[in-house]
Design a protein around this ligand. Structure first.
Ligand code: ADP
Ligand code: TPW
Ligand code: MG
Length: 581
C-alpha cells in the first residue's frame, strides 16, 4: 500500500512538473498583454475566445463583456484616445469580427489607437473555402480598413505579433490595428521558458518626433506676419496630452483660438481667447491660421469656399503625419512632429520678446463673441414643456459647469450640433462625440469605456435615433454598475418627429413611436429611469444621477417640431427638386 501511495505521489508530481514547463497560446496572449500594461479587454465571448476571456479575467485583466461587438470596439477606440495606449477589442470569428470592424475603421478614421483581436477559423479550411464554422478570410477584409493587420500562426510569435500591433497603433498617426488569431493558436503548446522569452515588452511605443528647426522658424515667421491670426485646436491636440504646453503657446501668443468639437475644454470654452462663439467670423476674417492636430477636412470646409471668406490666408499646420500637409489646400508652413515636441519647440523659439497679438483683431473677435453669447442666453433659460433643444441644453450646460470633471458623450443631429454650441467644456478630453465620420452608434460604447478608464461620472446626451444604435448596452452599464447618466432627447424621430406619409399607413421613414418611454429600458435592468418634461426636472434628475453614481436614463421630452433636417449640416443633404405629386 505504502509503495503504491509513493508511486502515485511521484506520478502526480511528474505530471505537475511537466505541466509547469509548458505554456500555450491562451497563456502567452494573456502574458503578452499584461507585460505591456494592457489590462482591460472590451469584447463579446464565443468560439474560439470564450475560455480566453475567462482565463484573462482570472489572470487579473478586466474583461468588459458587451451585447454587440460594435459597441465593444467603440469602447476600445475611445479608451485608446483617452489613455494613448491601444484599446483592446476581442471578437469571435466572421460575424463578430465584422461587427467589430466598423469600430476599427472608425478608430482609424479618427486617429484613435486600438487593436481588434479576433479569433478566426482554420486557415487550411478557410483558404480552400471548404465551409468552416464562421469561415472568412478576415485578415484580407480588415486590411483596407485599418492602419496595419497581422496574423499569428505560431505560439512562439505571439509576443512579436502583439508588439507589432502595439507599435502600429500608437506610433506616428495613431489608428486601428487588426490582429488575427486562428482558433488552433490558442491551444498550441510550447515550452514555458521559451514562451516567456518570446514575449516582448515594447520600449518607447510612440517615440517623440522632433520637428526640424527650419520648419519651426518658418512657422513663426508666418505667424509674426499675421494681422488677424487664429489658432485651431483639433482632437489630435487633445490626444497628445501636451495640455500645459498648448495652453502656454496660446496664452503667450495672445491669439484667439477655435477648438474643434473634441478639443473643446483643452483650454476652457470660457477662456478670454476662446473664439468658439465667433466661429464664422474668425474663419472668414483671419489671415494666418495655425492648425494644431486638426485636419482641413469637411468639418472645416476643406479650408476653402464661403466659410473661409475672401481674405487671403496662409496656413501653418502642426501634425505628426507628413502626408496630411497640402491635403486640401497649400500649407505655407508645415511643422511635422508630435504635438508635444512641436509646441515646445515653437515656445522656445518664440523667446521672451514675442509681440502681442494685434489688439484691434483680438478686440473685434471678443466683441463678436460677447454679442453671440448674449444672443443665445435668453434661449437657454426657457422653461417650457415640451422642451425645445436650447431649453433642455441650458439645464445640461449648468450641470457641466458645476461638474467640470464629468465626461460628456454626445451624438445625434440637432442633439449633437446644438449641444456642441451650448455646453461649455472646462477640461481636456471631456467631450467625446461622433468625430470625423459623424457616425451614429458610438454613444454607449464610449460612455462605458469613459467610465471604466477614468472613474469619472459620464453624461451621455443622445438623440433618440442615435441612442438606438447602441441602446442595448444599458444592460452592460447596469451589470458593471457604471456611473453613467444617459439623457435621451426624445423628439419622436430622426431630426424631427413630424414627418407624415401621405400614401399609406406606414410611418414616414424618419419618425418613431410617438411618446416612447426610453427610461423604462433602464428600469428593466435595475437602473434608474426618469421621464423629464421640463428643464428644471431634467436638471434635478441629472444632478441626482451624478450624486448617486447609479446607472440612470432620463427620457427628455423634446418638441417633435423643434429640430431641423440634418441639424447644422443641412447643406450636405441632397434634396430632389423634382417630386411627383
Ligand atoms: P478634428 O476632427 O478635431 O479637427 P482630426 O481628427 O481631423 O481633428 O485631426 C487630428 C490630427 O491630429 C490628425 O491629422 C493626426 O495625424 C494628428 N495627430 C494625432 N496625434 C498626434 C500627435 N501626438 N502629434 C501630432 N499630431 C497628431
Ligand atoms: C451609422 C445618419 C445622422 S444623424 C442621425 C442619423 C440616422 C440621427 C438623428 O436623429 P437623432 O437626433 O439622433 O434623434 P435629433 O436630435 O436630430 O432628432 N447611420 C450611421 N451614422 C449616421 N450618421 C447615420 C446613419 C444620421
Ligand atoms: Mg431625434
Amino acid at each position: 500500500m505504502a509503495d503504491a501511495a509513493v508511486k502515485e505521489k511521484h506520478e502526480t508530481t511528474n505530471a505537475a512538473e511537466a505541466e509547469r514547463e509548458l505554456t500555450d497560446g491562451f497563456h502567452l496572449i494573456i502574458d503578452a498583454l499584461k507585460l505591456n500594461g494592457l489590462n482591460t479587454i472590451y469584447g463579446v465571448p464565443g468560439i474560439p475566445i470564450t475560455d480566453f476571456g475567462r482565463m484573462a479575467q482570472a489572470a487579473g485583466i478586466r474583461v468588459i463583456s458587451f451585447r454587440h461587438e460594435q459597441n465593444a470596439g467603440n469602447a476600445a477606440a475611445i479608451a485608446g484616445y483617452l489613455t494613448k495606449q491601444p484599446g483592446i477589442c476581442l471578437t469571435v470569428s466572421a460575424p463578430g469580427f465584422l461587427n467589430g470592424l466598423t469600430a476599427l475603421a472608425n478608430a482609424t478614421t479618427n486617429c484613435f489607437p486600438m487593436i481588434l483581436i479576433s479569433g478566426s477559423s482554420e486557415r487550411e479550411i478557410v483558404d480552400l473555402q471548404q465551409g468552416d464554422y464562421e469561415e472568412m478570410d478576415q485578415l484580407a477584409i480588415a486590411k483596407p480598413l485599418c492602419k496595419a493587420a497581422f496574423r499569428v500562426l505560431h505560439a512562439a510569435d505571439i509576443g512579436i505579433g502583439l508588439a507589432r500591433a502595439i507599435r502600429a497603433a500608437v506610433s506616428g498617426r495613431p489608428g486601428g490595428v487588426y490582429l488575427d488569431l486562428p482558433a488552433k493558436l490558442f491551444s498550441q503548446v510550447m515550452d514555458a521558458e521559451a514562451g516567456q522569452k518570446s514575449l516582448v515588452k515594447v520600449v518607447d511605443a510612440a517615440p517623440a518626433q522632433i520637428p526640424a528647426p527650419t520648419a519651426v522658424k518658418r512657422a513663426l515667421d508666418v505667424l509674426k506676419s499675421a494681422k488677424r491670426p487664429l489658432i485651431i485646436l483639433g482632437k489630435g491636440a487633445a490626444y497628445a496630452q501636451a495640455d500645459d504646453a498648448i495652453r502656454a503657446l496660446v496664452e503667450k501668443s495672445g491669439i484667439p483660438f477655435l477648438p474643434m468639437s473634441m478639443a473643446k475644454g483643452l483650454l476652457p470654452d470660457t477662456h478670454p481667447q476662446c473664439a468658439g462663439a465667433a466661429r464664422s467670423t474668425v474663419l472668414k476674417e483671419s489671415d494666418v491660421v495655425m492648425m494644431i492636430g486638426a485636419r482641413l477636412n469637411w468639418l472645416l470646409s476643406h479650408g476653402k469656399g464661403k466659410t473661409w471668406g475672401e481674405a487671403p490666408k496662409k496656413f501653418i499646420q502642426i501634425d505628426i503625419e507628413p502626408k496630411e500637409m497640402d491635403s486640401n489646400i497649400e500649407i505655407a508652413a508645415p511643422v511635422v512632429g508630435d504635438i508635444g515636441s512641436c509646441v515646445s519647440a515653437l515656445l522656445e523659439a518664440m523667446g521672451n520678446k514675442w509681440p502681442a497679438a494685434p489688439a484691434d483683431w483680438v478686440a473685434a473677435v471678443s466683441a463678436k463673441r460677447e454679442e453671440n453669447i448674449a444672443k443665445m442666453a435668453p434661449k437657454l433659460m426657457k422653461n417650457s414643456a415640451p422642451m425645445d433643444y436650447h431649453g433642455a441644453l441650458g439645464a445640461l450646460r449648468t450641470v457641466v459647469k458645476e461638474r467640470p470633471d464629468a465626461i460628456l458623450i454626445n451624438e445625434g443631429a440637432n442633439t449633437l450640433d446644438l449641444a456642441r454650441g451650448v455646453i461649455d467644456m472646462y477640461k481636456p478630453r471631456k467631450r467625446l462625440d461622433v468625430g470625423t465620420w459623424g457616425v451614429m452608434g458610438i454613444g454607449m460604447g464610449y460612455a462605458i469605456a469613459a467610465a471604466i478608464e477614468t472613474g469619472k461620472p459620464v453624461l451621455a446626451v443622445e438623440g433618440d435615433s442615435a441612442f438606438g444604435f447602441s441602446g442595448m448596452e444599458v444592460e452592460t452599464i447596469c451589470r458593471y454598475k457604471l456611473p453613467v447618466c444617459v439623457v435621451i432627447f426624445n423628439n419622436d424621430g430622426i431630426y424631427r418627429g413630424t414627418d407624415v406619409n401621405s400614401v399609406s399607413s406606414d410611418p414616414a421613414p424618419t419618425v418613431f413611436v410617438k411618446g416612447s418611454r426610453y427610461d423604462k429600458m433602464m428600469e428593466a435592468f435595475g437602473g434608474v429611469g426618469v421621464n423629464a418634461t421640463t428643464p428644471d426636472e431634467l436638471k434635478r434628475a441629472v444632478d441626482a444621477a451624478m450624486d448617486s453614481g447609479k446607472p440612470t436614463l432620463i427620457n427628455a421630452v423634446i418638441d417633435p417640431a423643434a429640430g431641423s433636417e440634418s441639424g447644422r449640416i443641412g447643406n450636405l443633404n441632397p434634396q430632389s427638386k423634382i417630386r411627383k405629386k
